[in-house]
Design a binder for this molecule. Structure first.
Ligand code: ATP
Length: 250
């Protein structure tokens, strides 16, 4: 599809004798939330690693905005707008939520804030960070050390940090993992809002969330895409039900 923002073309990756990505071709259209689902060990995270630049494919191309990302390091891909949500382990626990987001904004916009001078530059960064936190309902928690936040708040903070990097495409790897029912509902509401403003690749095991959020779903099994379609197509697909969804989708 020529209109695609991101195209994975025949991506293949092996870890030793194990083929973890097997001739994967997927596109993400502007404005699309594209979910990637599949059983444990299917290769979903490895796929995200290759898109973000944490891992290099053995063959194939990753075309983003018309440019092949494969030769580019992670930081350059992020500068281009291909941003992966930080994992909780990347949050700085002794720094406040505000500082965590401000640091991400500085990493992205450092040079444009520098000319403002220290005090004004810092204020601008804090304003940007505060606006993001407020948007995620974390405004009142801005000064709390990130390490003292609840699991659900940390997952929200991760997304705020990713947004501070001004993504053109956001890569989210299991944002609902480990969250309570209420936390997960809050995150789903946040994702419902986000998907209106930027394309997202979402890896998620929570099928209710996937089917509620996704425009299209790709199903990965043993590194191969076995199906790609609307949530309804995927629910109705006999091979997918046998390989992954089982009776869950019944
Ligand atoms: N750095 C690595 N070296 C060797 N094998 C790896 C490496 N990273 C992942 N693997 C293997 O590749 C396969 C795919 O792993 P991956 O984490 O991508 O799967 P996944 O679909 O994200 O799984 P889950 O849903 O459990 O997170 C697994 O068999 C895993 O053990």
């Amino acid at each position: 599809m020529s209109n695609a923002l991101l195209q994975l073309q025949n991506l293949t990756k092996n870890y030793g004798a194990l083929r973890v990505t097997d001739d994967v071709t997927i596109s993400v259209e502007p404005g699309e939330l594209h979910a990637i689902i599949g059983p444990n060990g299917a290769g979903k995270t490895t796929l995200i690693h290759q898109i973000s630049g944490h891992a290099r494919p053995d063959s194939g191309r990753i075309i983003f905005n018309g440019e092949d990302m494969v030769p580019l390091p992670m930081a350059t891909r992020a500068q281009r707008g291909l941003v992966r949500s930080f994992q909780i382990t990347s949050i700085l626990p002794r720094f406040s939520a505000l500082e965590n987001v401000a640091l991400a904004a500085q990493a992205r916009d450092g040079s444009s804030f520098r000319f403002l001078g220290n005090a004004a530059g810092e204020r601008a960064l804090n304003d940007t960070a505060m606006a993001l936190l407020t948007r995620f309902g974390l405004g009142a928690r801005a000064r709390v050390p990130a390490g003292q936040m609840s699991h659900g708040e940390k997952r929200q903070l991760e997304i705020a940090i990713a947004l501070a990097a001004k993504p053109k495409l956001l890569l989210l790897d299991e944002p609902l993992a480990g969250t309570s029912h209420d936390e997960s509902q809050r995150l789903i509401n946040i994702l419902q809002e986000l998907r209106k403003e930027l394309p997202i690749i979402l890896i998620e095991h929570d099928m209710d969330a996937v089917f509620a959020l996704a425009d299209r779903v790709s199903v990965l099994v043993y590194g191969r895409i076995i199906a790609c379609g609307t949530p309804q197509d995927i629910r109705d697909n006999a091979e997918v039900r046998a390989a992954y969804l089982g009776e869950e989708a019944a």
